[in-house]
Design a protein around this ligand. Structure first.
Ligand SMILES: [Zn+2]
Length: 307
């Protein structure tokens, strides 16, 4: 019986770690359904952009799990277009959010790959540790056909640990698989090289539909049934955006009073939409006056958000 795609028979929105008992190699599997639907329901993306954004979201989940920090990991792709910006954030509270900006004048083939939707640019991986002022940042130039290839380049440059990544996304789900040599492994020993080569080849047989449609147990059994692959802990992931009326008010105060008053005059209110969740915040004359301290006593940080 064929499983309907949007009726998953396994635990989605989940990150599953695994390890090989017969090799110094670890792995992660991630599958997003509800979290991904939260992103695609908030803004209508061209198919090609949506697919790459989904792959980036799965990648952020995989990468966040490789760094044990309190803070957030951000993947940011900037390019000369048609996509100008893609951003995905994964926090140590296991929340994800994502958005893309693109030139709506350009029509894109649904099957367009990363090179075709981006042009020149970079993918930056930023890790912000809570309480630390200096974020870590790694940057790779665009020029590969997929986010997975860019990440492999990044890992080659920064970690010096063999790392392979596979990513897939469609309108329903976003998913990914990562395998990585353990830092403790003697990478130059003949047996470890052989293990890495063999497990890489087995992993590379994974198809997009297997990534998108199978649960961790089924997929890992299918790929590695002749290996000693053991499931470790799993983590639930969910969509969440921490934007708020108060944060938007801060942004307006940075904009400056003259610009804010001009917007009020032109539009009747200052409207700000959150890029990540597309929530719209409205500030009327009294709200704006309060932001710039002209009057007082009127609470502006109430929950009068208009949907
Ligand atoms: Zn938001």
């Amino acid at each position: 019986m064929k499983q309907a795609n949007d009726d998953l028979s396994f635990q989605s929105d989940n990150l599953q770690r695994f390890i090989f008992d017969n090799a110094e190699i670890r792995g992660e599997w991630v599958h997003l359904h509800d979290a991904w639907q939260q992103v695609t329901s908030r803004r209508e993306y061209p198919v090609a952009i949506q697919n790459v954004l989904g792959q980036m979201m799965a990648a952020a989940g995989l990468l966040a799990a490789t760094v044990k920090i309190k803070g957030r990991l951000v993947l940011q792709l900037k390019s000369t277009g048609p996509v100008s910006l893609m951003m995905v954030e994964c926090t140590s509270d296991n929340t994800l959010r994502a958005f893309a900006q693109w030139d709506e004048q350009q029509s894109l083939n649904d099957e367009a790959n990363l090179t075709e939707i981006t042009g020149e640019g970079t993918l930056a991986i930023t890790i912000e540790v809570e309480g630390s002022k200096q974020p870590y940042q790694g940057i790779v130039s665009l020029g590969a056909d997929s986010i997975a290839q860019l990440l492999e380049t990044y890992f080659n440059q920064s970690e010096q640990l063999g790392t392979r990544v596979w990513l897939a996304a469609n309108t329903v789900s976003a998913a990914g698989l990562l395998i990585q040599q353990l830092p403790s492994a003697d990478h130059h020993s003949e047996s470890e090289e052989e293990h890495w080569s063999r497990i890489s080849q087995l992993s590379a047989t994974v198809t997009e539909s297997e990534l998108l449609d199978l649960g961790a147990g089924t997929l890992l059994h299918r790929l590695f049934h002749e290996e000693e692959c053991r499931l470790l802990s799993a983590t639930s992931l969910e969509f969440s955006c921490n934007c708020s009326r108060e944060r938007v008010a801060n942004t307006i105060s940075l904009l400056g009073e003259d610009d804010a008053l001009q917007l009020l005059e032109e539009q009747g209110s200052v409207e700000v939409a959150c890029e990540f969740c597309n929530e719209h915040y409205y500030f009327d004359q009294a709200d704006v006056a309060l932001i710039f301290n002209q009057t007082s006593g009127c609470p502006i940080f109430s929950s009068d958000t208009i949907h």
